[in-house]
Design a protein around this ligand. Sequence first.
Ligand code: NAP
Length: 326
Amino acid sequence: MSSTRNVIIVGSGPAGLTAALYTARANLQPLVIEGVEAGGQLMLTTMVENFPGHLDGILGPDLMAAMRGQAEKFGAEIIQGNVTAVDVRARPMTIRTAEAEYTTRSLIIATGASARLLGLPAERALMGHGVSTCATCDGYFFRGQEIAVVGGGDSAMEEAVFLTKFASKVTVVHRRDTLRASKIMQDKARANVKIAWLLDTEVDDIQDGGKGEVTGMVVRGRQTKERTVVPVSGVFVAIGHTPNTSLFRGQLEMDANGYIVTHDGAKTSVDGVFACGDVQDHLYRQAITAAGSGCMAALDAEHYLEGIPEHLHASIQPPPATTSPS
Ligand code: NAP
């Protein structure tokens, strides 16, 4: 039996685990290398109410555990490990972790993007308890409340405007006195009476008043040096995302912000390499769109493998028995 895998999936968020489920059910015996942030950004979330099929919502970590279990049930092999080097031009391709080297005929990249954070200790501690990096995911929990958005780019403007659908007041806190956002987005935000502005201001701390949930934030005027407590029950950090693509730099086409460019579904600039989820999507960034693109990557990989001669000789084991024949 060849030790070269049919497909290796790097990353274990909704995109990677959906790709694992589909490739496992296609009998391709996928290997998932889960990465340092196993489970992806949903592991930092509490209640997820917008993933279809969960009438009463589901906790982010529970949703990821279910996706993982479902992929494993159909034979996906999931290993802990952090990929340290890849060569996507070699045939077969090589993937190295600190512990081992793997070869594969196709590769699905689902390494996601990491939301940039302010770096405050309270930010991590209160993530999912009033601190959020996703207005679409969490805005609904702040109905009638006063909240803040940190950042001065298009994301911050978009999130602030979106959040006024729920919150009674949204304070935008930005570290400079001019916004980075495009004029059209600035104009839209400035015209919204529910949005207040704290420019030239930095966030020094996020408070929980011993309650384990956000109660306020400490801000500091950059010129005045004056520190003030702003009572808010939510802080949305919208200072950008960093796609986790450094491993692939120089090997795959990327856009100016480092996101992998995909075309015709999940195809990248290199044959046999597919990308899905936030690593190639800076627009939608939802668990459900990531999962959908993971499905696309799996189907594209399956189609690609059907067309290469080595695949015909690859030893394929029968999938593990399941209770349902579907
Ligand atoms: P961005 O344009 O990089 O803006 C990030 C903002 O966060 C900047 O205002 C920056 O401040 C601030 N920031 C960064 N690090 C910070 C820190 N440590 N502390 C405090 N503030 C910090 O990111 P983005 O807004 O996510 O947008 C990314 C790309 O997506 C852009 O090209 C944008 O146009 C695009 N986008 C478009 C739309 C749309 O058209 N609908 C919506 C969202 C995003 P400084 O200004 O001082 O650097």
